[in-house]
Design a protein around this ligand. Structure first.
Ligand code: PGA
Length: 256
C-alpha cells in the first residue's frame, strides 16, 4: 500500500517569523494524521528555524531546490548537505518554475537528483507538459523524455526514495486544474514507465502526486482517482485553513 503524501511548496513566500508562526499553528492540527505524510517546503531562510519546531513530529521538511555540486564558488546556491543540515529529508527538483523561468535543463535536473540521492535526501521529482505541448498532442512524449532523463541509471534501492509529482505547467498557479481523467492518464503513464524500467512492485509502491491549482473544491475528485497518491500544493498551502482542509480530504483515502 502506498502512503498518501501532501507536500506544501511555499515558493518565494513567507518571511522567517511568519513561517515559524504558520508552522506552529498548522503543525498542532496535523499531529493526529494516520495515513497522510506531510512535507513542508518553505524558503531556504526558514528551514532551520522551522526544523526545530518539527523535531518531534512526523511532519517532514523539504527544500525547494539545490545545486548539484557539494560546495564551492557558486554564489547564491545551496548544496544538498546544507539542506540536510537544516533539517530537510526531501528536496523538490525539476519544478516547472525552475525548468521554465530559470532554464534548468533535463541534464541539470538529473545531476541534482543524483546529488540528492547520494546525500541522503529524497527527491520530489516534478514532470509536466506546457499548454502548447498538450494542445499539439505531445504530452506523453514530454513526460517520457523528462522521466527517462531523470531516472536513467537510478538503481532500484534508490528509486524507493523518490517521489514523483505530475504538474501540468498550464495548471500551476493558473486556477486551471487537470481533470481527474487527464491527471490519471499521465500518472498511469508514469507508473507504466516505472514498471517497464523496474518492476510492477516498484511501480505499485511509488507515490505519484498531482500538482496544479489543487484546492479544497477539487481535491476530493482528484484524490479518489486511480494513480493519484497525494498532492504538491502551491497557492493553497499558504493559507492554513485551505491546506488543512485538503489534508483532511486526503486523509480519508487509503490508497490500495
Ligand atoms: P499551485 O502550485 O498549487 O499554486 O498551482 C503548485 C506547484 O507549483 O507546485
Amino acid at each position: 500500500m502506498r502512503q498518501n503524501i501532501v507536500a506544501a511548496n511555499w515558493k518565494m513566500n513567507k518571511e522567517v517569523q511568519e513561517s515559524y508562526n504558520f508552522t506552529k499553528s498548522l503543525s498542532k492540527k496535523l499531529l493526529n494524521l494516520k495515513r497522510t505524510h506531510i512535507i513542508l517546503c518553505p524558503p531556504f531562510t526558514s528551514l532551520f528555524y522551522i526544523s526545530e519546531l518539527l523535531k518531534n513530529t512526523s511532519i517532514a521538511l523539504g527544500g525547494q531546490n539545490m545545486h548539484y555540486e557539494k560546495s564551492g564558488a557558486f554564489t547564491g546556491e545551496i548544496s544538498s548537505s546544507m539542506l540536510k543540515s537544516s533539517g530537510c529529508d526531501y528536496v523538490i527538483l525539476g519544478h516547472s518554475e525552475r525548468r521554465h523561468i530559470f532554464n534548468e535543463s533535463n541534464e541539470a535536473i538529473k545531476k541534482k537528483i543524483d546529488a540528492a540521492l547520494s546525500n541522503d535526501l529524497k527527491p520530489i521529482i516534478c514532470v509536466g507538459e506546457k499548454l502548447g505541448e498538450r494542445q499539439s498532442g505531445k504530452t506523453s512524449e514530454v513526460i517520457r523524455s523528462q522521466y527517462k532523463s531523470a531516472f536513467s541509471d537510478i538503481l532500484e534501492y534508490e528509486i524507493n526514495r523518490c517521489v514523483i509529482a505530475y504538474e501540468p505547467v498550464w495548471a500551476i498557479g493558473t486556477g486551471m486544474t487537470a481533470t481527474p481523467e487527464q491527471a490519471s492518464e499521465v500518472q498511469g503513464l508514469i507508473r507504466n514507465l516505472i514498471e517497464e524500467q523496474y518492476s510492477k512492485n516498484v511501480a505499485d509502491s511509488m507515490p505519484i502526486l498531482y500538482g496544479g491549482s489543487v484546492k479544497p473544491t477539487n481535491a476530493n475528485s482528484l484524490i479518489e482517482t486511480e494513480n493519484i497518491d497525494g498532492f504538491l500544493i502551491g497557492g493553497a498551502s499558504l493559507v492554513e485553513e485551505l491546506f488543512f482542509e485538503i489534508v483532511n480530504i486526503v486523509e480519508q483515502y487509503s490508497i490500495e
